[in-house]
Each structure stands twice: as C-alpha cells, then as structure tokens.
Design a protein around this ligand. Structure first.
Ligand SMILES: Cc1ncc(COP(=O)(O)O)c(C=O)c1O
Length: 482
C-alpha cells in the first residue's frame, strides 16, 4: 500500500481493496444532532446508529469482512461437538502461532475471565505494559493486582518514540523483586496498546522481556487482540525486522509467548476469541472453565459461521496490504490534523486517531470531563461518534472522589477497510472547524452516575448552554449544509 507513488507527489494512502457491499449512511441536521446527543445523556455509547454518520466508536466487531470470509461462512459445520469448523480454525491457529492447544471463547474479555479465574489467586500481582479495562477488572475480581510497567514515553502524548508500548525493564525487575516471582502468575504483554493510543512494542523489547522473565521462571501471556497493527509497526519501524515477513514476525512473537489470547472482534476481523498455548498442565487448569462459562470445547460461545470467518481473517492478517490499511489511514488523519494545529497523540498508532482533549480544551477542568465534552461536541459538529478515554472512563475512588485520568483522549477509531478517504477528510474538516471554535465548548456534569462502568450507562448534561451556541455557530459558518 505505502509503496505506490503518485505522479503529482500527493501523499495519500491508496486502498488495496474494492467495495462490493455497501450500507447507506444518514447524516442528520445539526439541530437533530443536538437533540440526539441530549437524548443520549451526552454519552456517545447511548446514541442510536440511525443518528450517526461516521461511527468511530470502536473497531471491535465492525471491521469490514472480505469476500473470502463471507464465502467461508457458508460452509460452516454446525454441530455442538467435534465440528469440522472448529478443526479448521484450530489448524489455522496452529499454523500461524505454532501452539498445540486452542480454547475457544466468545470474545476477548471471556478469555481474560478464563485466564484470571484459572491462574490468578488473591494477593497475586500481574505486571503488564499497560492495562486494558476488561483484563484489569477480571484480575482484580480474582483478588489480584495490576502493575503497569510501560516505558515513561508511553504516557507522553506528543512524542517521536516509535515504540511507546515498550516495557521498562527496570520497572518490571523492580515489581518482580519487590513482590517475589511466586506472587506473579504471569506477565501480560499487550500488542498495539489500546489505552495509550494504539502504540506498539518492538520485537527487541519483547526479547529483553523474555530474557528477564526467564531469570525468574515467569510466564508471558500475550494479548494479541491488536496484534495486526503491532505487526505492521514492527515491519515498518524496526530496522532489524524490515526483511522479515509478517508470518516470520508473528512466529517470533508467538515463540516467546507461553500463552496467547485474542479478541477476534479485532484480530481476524470477525466476532469471537480464543486462547492458544503448548503446556498440557495449563490445559488442565483452564479447560474446564470453557464449558462452564462459554460453551462446549469446540465452539466456546462462538457461532460456527464466525469461526470460519476468523480462520480466513487470520490468514488475511498475514498480508501487508490488509494490515497496513488501518495504520496508514490513521497516519494520514494524524498528519492532516497536525498541519492544522489540532493536538493529537503522536506518533500515529493503530486502532484510531486520538485527540488530546486536555490541550484541545484547556479551559475545561478535568472535573468537567474534557474528553467527554469533546466527544459530545464532535458528534454535534459532524455526526461523528468517538469514544471518551479519560476521567469519565475511570471509576471513582473508594471515598467517592474522582480519579483523574493521566490522559484525556477522544478516540476516533478507524475500523479496518470501512471508511473511504473522503469520509476521513470530512471527519478532519469537522475536527478542524471544532478546534477553531473550541472556546465555545464547555464541560459536562453527571445527572445519572452508575457505580460501575459509568462510561457505558451514565448520563450527563452540559454545564451551560454551550451546545446551543455551538449549533448556532455551525449554522452561521456552514449555512444550509448538513
Ligand atoms: C487490547 C484488548 N484486549 C482485550 C479486549 C477485550 O476484547 P472484547 O471486546 O472482545 O471482549 C480489547 C477490546 O477492545 C482490547 O482492545
């Protein structure tokens, strides 16, 4: 994808696929957008799809599927036990990752439930480059504690460090020495680190982690949900890996992992999940949890159609044309926004483009949720739905005080092969307009605040009439345009 030069010198990512099935979109008027976000309690999770033009909430389960994936679904073998579909998926996983056991589960967090329930005891400590919400919830539910050991650079929003998802070896050694290896059931390494802007780890960093863990006999568990982006970045950013194929990089990563789990809502562009490993003892520990929580061992809560699509999707993940589309579109978006002075997380990562709400809206205190306010404003400005990744997504402390997030981000996810470049240009245009008019945007306050997972169900209201003012400015600037 990146190797194609334009005669005019223009630098744009060129799609290496064609669109053969389409879904009609609706762009409501700005007045309707204000109504819709008010009905949704200023929470983008509560918007209806019918009111959304570009859904950039997530890539989870909404990546475009290929013709071959759809075709494979027709040959799914529907049986409770021993289906041929399961064997096809298990064989594909074995071929790609080289692990002999495969436990299926219905999505990524279900794998995390099984791993935490089977391996984490009260008082245990699980170090990881960075947490993901669902894995942290499962580890703490089982009485364990998460310790983050990402490099300091990982938390710097604007940086030229190409591997911000790297683990700081000194921090990791300290956690092991302070707690004792016997308290550490495993180290978790997240590919394409989600919550810090889809940032990758390098293969060299993984080698160093492996060597350190070997000193203490600690297992390495890889969260491969966002592996496809991480593979692309290793291939394109790590000098020593540029001559390796994607398949070779994948196998090098897999060989250093004791256990690999993944959300197939991301990896493999379908819907499902799984855990792969070699150790027979681990199989004994985890296997019984699958029929208990998920379904029989040959489907694990997944539809056989999805399992067929995952097998094909995994094979397609080995193709640079396929896995480069997301990162290159995101890079384009990040570069264009930077040209217009919009604060974004750099370097461009996988998963999506992340706006830095703390800098975008410096006049909004964290107590009034700047990233949440930016998400509501972005929807009003363009019918574009993003996801708040800041204080709203945190839980309050036990004493009821706010836990202010280290970063206030609005994530605009780029589901793979879903949007065209003109749609991305439209999103950029509306973000630039919003940035020009940022003083108009005000904060939010809770009107209904659930105790847990408040970012999913909570309802908020604007602290003033800033949203009406934003709509009026939109009309003044755009006239009759939607
Ligand atoms: C890195 C990572 N791990 C785990 C999960 C959980 O996967 P799922 O949404 O399929 O439960 C996600 C989902 O976004 C993720 O990004």
């Amino acid at each position: 994808m990146s190797a194609i030069k334009f005669f005019t010198g223009e630098e744009i990512p060129l799609e290496m696929h064609k669109v053969r099935i389409v879904q009609k979109l609706n762009l409501p008027t700005v007045e309707r957008r204000l109504e819709a976000i008010t009905e949704a309690g200023n929470n983008t999770f509560l918007l209806n799809n019918a009111d959304i033009f570009l859904d950039m909430l997530t890539d989870s389960g909404v990546n475009a599927m290929s013709d071959n994936q759809l075709a494979s679904m027709m040959q799914a073998d529907d049986s409770y036990a021993g289906s041929a579909t399961f064997t096809r998926l298990a064989d594909k996983l074995k071929e790609i990752f080289g692990k002999k056991h495969f436990l299926p589960a219905h999505q990524g967090r279900a794998c995390e439930n099984i791993l935490a329930s089977g391996l984490v005891k009260p008082g245990d400590v699980v170090p990881m480059n960075f947490h993901f919400t669902t894995v942290k919830a499962h580890i703490t539910r089982c009485g364990g504690r998460v310790e983050e050991v990402v490099s300091d650079e990982g938390l710097v929003t604007t940086s030229d460090n190409l591997f911000k998802g790297n683990t700081d070896l000194k921090k990791l050694r300290k956690v092991i020495e302070e707690n004792g290896a016997e308290k550490i059931p495993f180290f978790r390494l997240e590919a394409g680190t989600n919550l810090i802007g889809g940032q990758p780890f390098s293969l060299q960093n993984m080698r160093d982690i492996r060597a350190l863990l070997d000193e203490f006999g600690i297992m390495l568990v890889l969260d491969a949900s966002l592996l496809q982006d991480n593979l692309f970045f290793i291939k394109t950013r790590e000098e020593q890996c540029k001559d390796m194929t994607i398949r070779e990089i994948t196998r090098a990563i897999a060989d250093m992992s004791d256990i690999i789990y993944f959300s197939a809502r991301k990896l493999g562009s379908a819907r499902g999940g799984g855990i792969v490993f070699n150790d027979d003892k681990i199989k004994e520990q985890l296997q019984e949890l699958v029929p208990m929580f998920e379904g029989f061992l040959t489907y694990g809560g997944m539809s056989v159609r999805e399992m067929e699509a995952i097998a094909v999707g995994l094979e397609e993940t080995m193709d640079m044309d396929m896995i480069s589309q997301g990162p290159l579109f995101i890079e384009y978006m990040v570069n264009e926004l930077q040209k217009h002075g919009v604060p974004v997380v750099t370097p461009a990562g996988g998963l999506g483009c992340h706006l830095n709400a703390m800098e975008f809206l410096p006049h909004i205190p964290q107590s009034e949720y700047p990233a949440g306010a930016l998400a509501a404003a972005m929807y009003i400005a363009g019918g574009v739905r993003g996801m708040e990744r800041g204080t709203l997504s945190e839980q309050r402390e036990a004493d009821g005080s706010e836990r202010f997030a280290e970063m206030e981000l609005l994530r605009l996810a780029m589901p793979r092969r879903v949007f065209t470049l003109s749609q991305v240009k439209y999103a950029i245009d509306r973000i630039v307009w919003l940035h020009e008019n940022r003083e108009l945007v005000g904060g939010l306050r809770f009107v209904e605040e659930p105790k847990t997972l408040r970012f999913f169900f909570g309802r908020l209201a604007p602290v003033s009439d800033w949203q009406e003012k934003l709509v009026a400015k939109f009309r003044a600037d755009f006239g009759e345009s939607l």
